[in-house]
Write a protein that binds this ligand. Structure first.
Ligand code: NAD
Length: 696
């Protein structure tokens, strides 16, 4: 028998067990093992039924993603399902854990399905830019109806066993071990002489839609309303429609064609890249085996915008947290906002009232700094001023436990300098959250020159525990994300002076896939913060500074790059701003010209890529994929474009370098000259991705 699939018999029931840790992925070896086992069951006259189950922590949790993008290896999942459907004996999928993707498709191919209580099933393919490729779009609607099946396939979200039972996705729920439950169920259906009706032959639940195609159009419209429809979403909608329009055999073939087309496409490639990059990002050389310390209680200093959100992230993960402020007033304000945020979630129906209360109770407000003594990890989120941070870290050094980890949420300040305010710089690390900190998933973990492996590992592990995506970065002004973001702001402003309007720049970037353009985003964040920073550095941004001088700070003052009507967050172009832009161009002696969307996108993204290459060269980021993860989870870069560095590879580095040279010549900004790293890779005909391949 194969090493990953075992066959045994329990009286008249054959038991096929997959053992392919950690998640029983449906690899080629598993598929081969299943085909062999099914053939043996077929020829074993004493076996009247078969139970398909898995060892370890879960039933098949999906395909083996490393096979995606390579030519399919037979037997494919469809071959396994065909062997099940033509076995002539009932096959029961007895599922525990999470059944996902190809795993669920195998289960859908079985004649019966039972699942452990409290477990989930889903078709999450869409999250990797593809659709189910082994009958999921055909068998799932036949078992649970078109409406729910389309929702599961288009959102990719799994459903709990109780819902699966109510919908008819599973036939029974069990408690405990899947194998005895499966064998008992098999005996029951043999005794009842239950007819074998494979899902593919059941049309009752799709009959209503077969009778009216328009009904499906209405349903599908729900998923195409908001702006762009990604390739996988469009394909999912079409594939489920095949269930209504085509004979099942043809529909299965057409689904497969669509799947293969998507798997080899740019969007799926980009999403696979991010899937792997996210897992790689928290891996740090020389950190293997360093576990980090357990954080049983955290403390957050400063209950402002960031401190409040950070405290919520801990409470959401069930970790008690002390929130410390200087005055009772500031503390009450901070705690009040936290309570309001939780109440908002309750009234939207996304959080149960008792859960909100439990979380609020985990956050303890304090004005006595001595309260840090109980914390295993302290995160400082006070004003962005070095003197204040130094004072806070001096106090932390005196008052915290000797083995506590001390983290700063600074955006720009030097983490090494902050560490020097303590006598234990090895215990100091940056934990740079993004606003709103309870929502945004990115966490830049900033490794200082003295940060110990154990401190770094603690920050990464706790970051994961509170649901963030930690990416390790080095110390420099703005770390990775904000350092690249700065270039975006400079270039966006320059485009205004050369001839574009804010609405044109924003339209080009939203068309590219960002949820918001750079000017609408600046208005939302507030123009005053970067204005103050520029003034401190003696830097100038002609348009943004002029707007601030006119007290136009963005949404908070109802006017910024755009104007906002009372109670509305929708940016409206403002003739006053457009006049200001045109006059400023004239004052600076610039001849305005038409700038098309393609140039806008390249002017904004390629200098960021160049800066990203500099960041890699300086070893501030370890891999191009880390930078991509930062931009996707922290700045709304469209995941299906794979992040800025992956996107540059898609465009071809030779082209990127050529454009950067053009930009350097036309703007006179020498920073746009391609970095030696980009030039070298382009010259060798390589992409940025090849850097990671070498490192691995
Ligand atoms: P904020 O002004 O909203 O909050 C700062 C809070 O710290 C205030 O409530 C203040 O009373 C309190 N505070 C000041 N000194 C203190 C002390 N000695 N002890 C206890 N509390 C003290 O500022 P914010 O936007 O939350 O930013 C905090 C930090 O996070 C800054 O370093 C900032 O650069 C960084 N950051 C901000 C963002 C953002 O988008 N706002 C994003 C990432 C990082």
């Amino acid at each position: 028998m194969s090493q990953v699939v075992e066959l045994r018999r329990d009286g008249n029931v054959a038991v096929i067990v997959i053992e392919n840790p950690p998640v029983n992925a449906l690899s080629n070896a598993v598929r081969r093992g299943l085909i062999d086992a099914l053939a043996q069951v077929k020829s074993d006259a004493a076996a009247e039924a078969a139970v398909l189950a898995c060892a370890g922590r879960t039933f098949i949790a999906g395909a083996d993603i490393t096979e995606f993008g390579k030519p399919p290896q037979r037997p494919v999942t469809n071959d396994v399902i065909a062997a099940i459907e033509t076995l002539g004996k009932p096959v029961i999928a007895a599922m525990h854990g999470t059944t996902l993707g190809g795993g669920l498709e195998i289960a859908l191919g079985c004649h019966f399905r039972i699942a452990a209580q409290g477990t989930r099933r889903g078709q999450p393919e869409i999250k990797l830019g593809i659709i189910p490729g082994a009958g999921g779009t055909q068998r799932l609607p036949r078992l649970i109806g078109i409406e729910k099946a389309l929702a599961m396939i288009v959102t990719g979200d799994p459903i709990p066993a109780t819902e699966a039972l109510a919908l008819g996705l599973i036939d029974e729920m069990f408690d405990g071990d899947p194998i005895p439950a499966g064998v008992a169920f098999a005996r029951k259906i043999l005794a009842d002489k239950r007819a074998l009706r494979p899902a593919r032959d059941r049309d009752e639940k799709i009959a209503a839609f077969k009778a009216s195609g328009a009904k499906y159009d209405d349903l599908a419209a729900k998923y195409v309303k908001r702006g762009r429809v990604l390739d996988a979403t469009a394909a999912a909608i079409e594939a489920v429609r095949f269930a209504i329009d085509l004979p099942v055999a043809e529909a299965l073939e057409r689904e497969r064609e669509k799947f293969l087309l998507l798997v080899g496409g740019d969007q799926a490639r980009a999403q696979r890249h991010i899937f792997f990059a996210e897992r790689e990002a928290a891996k740090v050389p020389n950190l293997a085996g360093v576990k980090g310390r357990e954080v049983k209680r955290a403390a957050v200093i400063g209950a402002g915008t960031m401190g409040g959100g950070i405290a919520m992230s801990f409470a959401n993960a069930g970790i008690p947290v002390t929130l410390i402020e200087v005055t009772q007033d500031a503390l009450s304000r901070g705690l009040g906002i936290i309570a309001k945020n939780y109440q908002g979630a309750v009234s939207r129906g996304s959080l149960k009232p008792e859960e909100a209360e439990r979380r609020i109770a985990l956050i303890k407000g304090e004005t006595d700094f001595g309260a840090v003594a109980g914390a295993d990890l302290v995160i400082e989120a006070v004003f962005e001023e070095m003197d204040i941070k130094n004072r806070v870290f001096g106090d932390l050094d005196r008052l915290t436990k000797s083995d506590a980890v001390l983290a700063t949420n600074t955006s720009y300040l030097d983490v090494d300098a902050i560490a020097q305010a303590t006598k234990r710089p090895q215990a100091v690390v940056g934990m740079h959250f993004f606003s709103p900190a309870n929502v945004m998933r990115l966490l830049e973990v900033v490794r200082g020159k003295d940060t110990s492996p154990d401190t770094l590992a603690t920050a990464i592990a706790v970051g994961r525990k509170i649901g963030k995506v930690p990416v390790v970065v080095g110390v420099c002004h703005g770390f990775v994300g904000n350092r690249m973001h700065r270039l975006r702001s400079i270039e966006a402003e320059r485009l205004l002076l050369e001839g574009a309007l804010p609405k044109e720049v924003d339209a080009a970037m939203t068309e590219f896939g960002f949820p918001m353009g750079p000017f609408a985003a600046s208005d939302l964040a507030g123009l005053d913060i970067s204005w103050r920073m520029r003034k401190a550095q003696g830097a100038r941004a002609e348009i943004a500074d002029a707007l601030c001088e006119m007290q136009r700070f963005g949404q908070k003052s109802k006017r910024g790059f755009y104007v906002y009507e009372e109670g509305s967050r929708t940016p409206k172009p403002d003739p006053e701003v457009e006049r200001l832009i045109v006059e400023t161009s004239a004052r600076l002696g610039m001849t305005r010209r038409n700038i098309d969307a393609k140039e806008i996108v390249e002017r904004i993204l390629f200098p960021m890529v160049n800066e990203g290459a500099r960041i890699l060269d300086e070893k501030i980021a370890q891999r191009p994929g880390d930078i991509d993860v930062i931009w996707i989870y922290g700045y709304g870069f469209p995941a299906w474009r794979g992040g800025p560095m992956h996107y540059a590879d898609t465009c071809g580095l030779r082209y990127v370098c050529e454009r950067l040279r053009d930009f350097a010549a036309t703007t006179g900004d020498q920073r746009h000259k391609p970095t030696p790293l980009l030039e070298r890779l382009a010259g060798e005909g390589r992409g940025l991705a090849s850097l990671s391949e070498k490192a691995n």
